[in-house]
Design a protein around this ligand. Structure first.
Ligand SMILES: Nc1ncnc2c1ncn2[C@@H]1O[C@H](COP(=O)(O)OP(=O)(O)OP(=O)(O)O)[C@@H](O)[C@H]1O
Ligand SMILES: [Mg+2]
Length: 318
């Protein structure tokens, strides 16, 4: 059974005068021990998908489809059951998780309070030992527990947030741009620590980033999203080494030309469509160097071009 299974997920934000289709018909799954990276430029629906899994979307948002965690259906689960499941079965680290720490209490007190929300039984001494152990996992010394947040650097605080997310040993951790605000060296160190957690803690992550190179170093599977839709999905080897979709090629920094010399282009010219008025046919067609007339009418679903490698467009394979 998959750790996380998402089937035909649709998330639509309801605004006063329009509907924003932020996630459209997305299906994917995460197997235990096989971390998944979701990539795509800003506004492609990555965080919306994560918030749907966490059931943290604003009230009134239309959500359709199925999301199950270890076989338990999340979208229809009663709130009380969901509360018990958060932190123990899945947790999350956001880009600005560190901002949720209170400036007036020491780290230890805050982490102990967080721990006790989901476990009121464990004696203080044991919790302290557990916290020190968790900090060691993210390369922080025990004295961090006796510090106030303002005494720590951004990288140290983000490590504290990652340690906190692991407190109750959840099998799934969602990292939404968790290292984006940090310098590249610290980001690299933290990503390495995260990779080690897979063996040390048996944790599997869903890592959201706009940086496709981050995914290739610490995930096994990749999902590429654009304008709320899944463009390509498969193993890192399949999607990053042998991309089929022009959007994935664009993210990788090059549209290999079908004829003539190979040319590297930086970035993808043009902008993402308005999600309340998507173009007919393929959403990427207006920016795609390979688009033909037929791409602008009718929408095709995902096609499997080899076992486990799905794409909305196979142009890179022709
Ligand atoms: N609460 C909300 N209400 C209305 N629209 C929203 C809301 N949150 C996000 N959106 C819209 O949904 C779309 C997808 O946003 P989302 O935050 O999921 O993208 P993202 O891929 O995470 O982007 P980024 O890389 O910038 O974090 C965007 O057009 C955004 O403006
Ligand atoms: Mg986001």
């Amino acid at each position: 059974m998959a750790l996380l299974e998402i089937k035909n997920l649709n998330v639509t934000y309801q605004m006063k005068e329009k509907e924003i289709a932020a996630v459209e018909d997305v299906s994917l799954s995460i197997e235990e021990g096989k971390p998944l990276g979701i990539v795509g430029e800003s506004g492609s629906g990555k965080s919306t998908l994560a918030m749907a899994v966490l059931r943290m979307l604003p009230a009134g948002t239309k959500v359709e489809g199925e999301i199950s965690l270890k076989g338990k259906e999340l979208l229809t689960m009663p709130e009380a059951e969901l509360k018990a499941l958060r932190w123990k079965e899945m947790s999350v680290v956001f880009q600005k998780s560190m901002n949720t720490l209170s400036p007036v209490h020491k780290i230890e007190r805050q982490l102990m309070d967080m721990y006790r929300v989901h476990d009121g039984q464990t004696p203080a001494k044991e919790i302290k030992q557990r916290l020190a152990q968790l900090l060691a996992l993210v390369n922080l010394p025990e004295r961090v527990l006796r510090s106030y947040p303002h005494e720590l650097s951004g990288g140290q605080l983000q490590r504290v947030s990652i340690a906190a997310s692991l407190m109750h040993n959840p099998p799934l951790v969602i990292l939404d741009e968790a290292t984006t605000a940090l310098d590249v060296i610290t980001q690299g160190q933290i990503l390495n620590e995260i990779k080690e957690l897979r063996d040390k803690m048996k944790v599997t992550w869903l890592l959201i980033t706009h940086d496709i190179s981050v995914v290739s170093s610490c995930c096994e599977q990749v999902a590429v999203m654009y304008a709320g839709r899944l463009m390509e999905y498969g193993t890192v080897e399949q999607v990053i080494c042998h991309p089929a979709h022009p959007y994935t090629m664009g993210l990788l920094g090059s549209f290999p030309l079908l004829y003539g010399e190979r040319e590297n282009l930086k970035g993808i010219p043009g902008n993402m469509p308005d999600l309340s008025k998507k173009p007919e046919g393929c959403v990427f067609a207006p920016r795609c160097p390979y688009a033909k007339e037929e791409c602008r009418c009718g929408r095709t679903g995902m096609m499997e071009i080899e076992t486990g490698h799905l794409t909305a467009c196979p142009v890179g394979r022709r």
